[in-house]
Structure formats: structure tokens, C-alpha cells
Ligand binder design. Structure first.
Ligand SMILES: [Zn+2]
Length: 486
């Protein structure tokens, strides 16, 4: 029976409130508290989300706020779930409100490498302030945003606590007050990193509209209208220019993984919904936090508006040359549109990727996709530190969102891929060189055991690739590999 239950603080994780209950309860062991709080007292407390609470706990927690608002404002739901499509967003939210279901399946949680544990983090300045204001420190949600490593309020480096979020730790409820030590904050002077952290925090803390049915990729794409990244009538995008400007804008951002053209393309195609990536695109496009959190699509496309403007001016008696001048278009285009010929001639260009087999203008599609294919190839090749992957037609198709057989109509893209396609043996040679260099870089002894662990290769794979090795390895690496094989 719960006698006293602490109030929840602003932006506090539900886990943190439960941990403070445990500290105040006087129980000596976790199990006693768990019997008060959870339906299943042997459960490991969820740190990002919520466990099935006992009726007693639920009543206490929802004394002044609804369970819906606990989920939205005191768990990480809004961080991972906000940009899901409407159906998935709603099922994830419902699962959380009813405290059932596997949230890791319902929400797109970033995959973590093995042995790469995540800890609850804190900001020393926030902790100091909390101690002055509330008499104790607590765990904040805004310090647990994966992909952001500074406090979005104070712009100092976040510090890992000893409380492990992922996997193995035995069940416990640990308050911030117990484990946070005071220390001098390390300030971040990287302007773009600070701005991005603050932007993402504001998005995270905004209300989630469960009924909004706009897909975030469509929204971002619509906000490229009337920029230099889409042609005057909006039907073509200049994605290479966008990519170049975008990477330039974020070039100072540390640990930035969102740099590839095909990754951007996937967000715009509604295939990736990482909140950090979405916010990077939105901030670059000057989209306000408010607009991003209340996404609407224009009633009419840029193309429709453009065509209507031509009709309007034409009806007013403005001549074609003058219209072309005012709208910054060619007189030929204006004439064609006005006389209804442009549509029939160009219609199939408007959605080159989606209209699939019906599209006739394969040359245009081929040209459009070439930079995407090149970027995907480059990404698979790795960069020395990143592990190289084997370039195959299937891998590229997946990254660039092409359907099987589409490449048959795209000679430029196909040739580009073929030029980079190599045999399995040659790929092993590249992998071996990468592996040896990685071991050297990490100061790990270069021997068969370590190389095998890194590459998953078998010894016969290693001998099979020897013929190609000299293409990729310098003399030192060659000698080391021969040593291993000897
Ligand atoms: Zn702070």
C-alpha cells in the first residue's frame, strides 16, 4: 500500500519519479518497492518508457495528470514516436497508455552495437539548479535524446551516470540524487551543434498530434517548393545541389552520420524517420518548430499554383513574353502550359520515381538517379574507418529505392554499378585490408583470431582472396597477412 507518493517534476522521466518513490519509501530492497509499483514485481523497470503499473501506483501517478500526458511528457515516446505514420503512431501510443506491448517493436529505436551500452545522462548545471529549486536532482528526458550529446538548455557536455539503460543490469530504481556528483561543466562552443540540440528539444517537448496524417517526408519535400532545390514549376528537384548545401551547412557537426545523399532521399521518401535527421533537414530548410510539429501540406502543389498563375495573367491580357519575364520562366514553357500542351508532353516527368513502369522517360529517370547511385556506391565502399560493404545490384536498389528490373531501363546507372561490382574474392581482399588497418589503428595485435572476429571470415576465404590483395594492400599489410596464413 502506497502511503506517500512524490509529485513529478517538469520534464522528469517517469522512471525517475518511481526511483524517488523507492528512495522515500524506506524499503531496503528493490523487490518490496516493485511489489508496490508493478503488476509483475520481477520486471526490470523501463527507463525510456513505462511498465505495467499496479492499480495503486497508477492511481497515485495519475492523481493530478492523465496517463496520456504522463506518456507524452514524461517518457521518451514523443522522441521516437512523433514522426511515425498516423496508424503506427496511434498503436504505439495506445500500447503505452495500456502499458502493454513491446515498445521496441512499436517504435523505431536506433540499433545499438553490442557492448555499446547506453547510460542515463545528466547535465551538471541542470542538476545544480534542481538541487537549489527542488532540494534534489532528478532524471530529465531532454538529456536522454539519442544522437544529442549536450544539454540543449545550457549547451554543456552531458555526462554518463552509472545507471545503465540497455540490457544486462539487475533490476533497480536509482535516483539521480544518489549517483550524480558535482563537477565543472564542459561547455560546447560548436554553434551548429548547440542550435540543433535546442531545436530538437523544442520539437521533442511540443504536443504530439495523434491525428495528423501528413507524412514527414512529404512535408519536408513540400517545403522545398520555391527554393532553388526545385525547378520553377516544382516538378524536378535538384537533389545534388541540396545535398551539397546541406552537408556544407552541417560540416562542423561532430559525429554526424547523416551525410549521404541516399539517406536524405530516404527521409524524403518516408522511409527513414529518425528525429535527429528530420530536424536537421527541417532546420536547414528554415522550418519553424511549430510548423514541423503541426505539419500541413499545401492545398495545391507548386506546379498547380504556377500553372494557375499563367492562366490568370493570360486572361488579364498579359502577353507570353511578359508572363515569362514575371515568373522567371522560358517563353516556350509559358506558351506550352497556357495552351495545354506542356501537360501532355511533360506529364510523366512529375513523379519519376513513383509511376514506375508507366513512365516513358527513362532517360530522365536514369539521369536523375545517377548521383544517388554514385553516392550509395561511395557509402558502401566505406572510408577507411567505416567497414566496406560489398557492392551488389540488390544493395544499391535497396538504398536508392529502385524496384527490381528498373535498372534494365537505366543504362547510365547500371554501368556505374557494374563498374564497381567485384567478385566475392576481391571483396574479401578489401575487407582484409580494412580489418588489418583497423586492428593497427585500435592498437590490437594483428593475428588470425582478431582478424576473424572483426571480419567473420574463414581461413579459406583468406587464402581465396590472396590473388587480389596486392591491389589494395601496401607491403606491410601484405606481409602481415602472409604471416597469418603461414
Ligand atoms: Zn542543463
Amino acid at each position: 500500500m502506497i502511503a506517500f507518493f512524490p509529485e513529478i517534476y517538469p520534464d522528469e522521466l517517469l522512471y525517475s519519479q518511481l526511483a524517488r518513490y523507492h528512495a522515500h519509501s524506506g524499503y531496503m530492497i528493490y523487490r518490496s518497492t516493485a511489489e508496490d509499483l508493478f503488476m509483475n514485481p520481477t520486471v526490470r523497470p523501463e527507463i525510456d518508457f513505462v511498465n505495467r503499473l499496479s492499480l495503486d501506483a497508477l492511481n497515485n501517478i495519475t492523481r493530478t495528470v492523465s496517463i496520456e500526458s504522463i506518456i507524452e511528457k514524461h517518457t521518451m515516446f514523443a522522441y521516437y514516436g512523433r514522426f511515425l505514420n498516423q496508424d503506427r503512431r496511434n498503436s504505439a501510443f495506445r500500447a503505452m497508455v495500456s502499458m502493454q506491448g513491446n515498445y521496441n517493436n512499436l517504435l523505431p529505436m536506433p540499433k545499438r552495437k553490442k557492448d555499446n551500452d547506453r547510460f542515463l545522462r545528466y547535465c551538471p548545471i541542470c542538476a545544480d539548479n534542481d538541487r537549489q529549486k527542488f532540494g534534489e536532482a532528478y532524471w530529465h528526458r531532454i538529456h536522454q535524446m539519442q544522437g544529442i550529446n549536450i544539454c540543449p538548455v545550457h549547451h554543456c557536455q552531458l555526462k554518463d551516470s552509472s545507471v545503465i539503460i540497455s540490457g544486462k543490469a539487475s533490476p533497480a530504481l536509482t535516483t539521480a540524487e544518489e549517483v550524480i556528483t558535482t563537477f565543472e561543466p564542459v561547455m560546447c562552443d560548436n554553434e551548429i551543434e548547440c542550435r540543433l540540440a535546442t531545436y530538437i528539444m523544442k520539437v521533442f517537448q511540443s504536443d504530439v498530434d495523434l491525428n495528423n496524417d501528413v507524412l514527414v517526408g512529404d512535408f519536408l519535400y513540400s517545403r522545398m517548393s520555391n527554393t532553388k532545390y526545385r525547378s520553377i514549376r516544382g516538378e524536378q528537384r535538384n537533389i545534388s545541389l541540396f545535398h551539397a548545401d546541406f552537408t556544407e551547412y552541417y560540416k562542423g557537426l561532430p559525429d554526424n552520420w547523416f551525410t549521404e545523399l541516399w539517406q536524405i532521399q530516404k527521409v524524403l521518401a518516408n522511409d527513414r524517420i529518425n528525429i535527429v535527421e528530420i530536424c536537421m533537414l527541417a532546420m536547414f530548410l528554415n522550418i519553424s518548430v511549430d510548423d514541423l510539429c503541426n505539419m500541413t501540406l499545401p492545398q495545391k502543389s507548386q506546379q498547380q499554383l504556377f500553372d494557375e498563375e499563367i492562366d490568370r495573367l493570360h486572361e488579364q491580357g498579359v502577353d507570353y513574353a511578359e508572363i515569362a519575364d514575371r515568373l522567371n520562366a522560358s517563353i516556350h514553357t509559358v506558351k506550352c502550359i497556357s495552351q495545354g500542351r506542356y501537360g501532355t508532353y511533360h506529364k510523366q516527368k512529375s513523379q519519376p520515381l513513383k509511376s514506375g513502369a508507366k513512365v516513358k522517360d527513362w532517360h530522365e529517370i536514369d539521369r536523375y538517379n545517377l548521383p544517388l547511385v554514385q553516392s550509395a556506391i561511395q557509402s558502401l565502399q566505406g572510408n577507411g574507418t567505416k567497414r566496406p560493404k560489398r557492392i551488389t545490384v540488390a544493395a544499391i536498389e535497396k538504398m536508392v529505392n529502385l524496384r527490381p528490373k528498373q535498372l534494365d531501363n537505366m543504362p547510365m546507372c547500371k554501368a556505374e554499378i557494374q563498374r564497381h561490382t567485384i567478385s566475392q574474392e576481391e571483396y574479401w581482399a578489401i575487407e582484409v585490408v580494412w580489418g588489418v588497418n583497423k586492428l593497427i589503428q585500435d592498437s590490437i595485435p594483428v593475428n588470425w583470431k582478431h582478424l576473424r572476429e572483426l571480419t567473420n571470415m574463414r581461413k579459406d576465404n583468406l587464402s581465396a582472396c590472396m590473388g587480389y590483395l596486392s591491389r589494395y594492400a601496401d607491403n606491410d599489410v601484405m606481409a602481415m597477412v602472409k604471416e597469418i596464413l603461414a
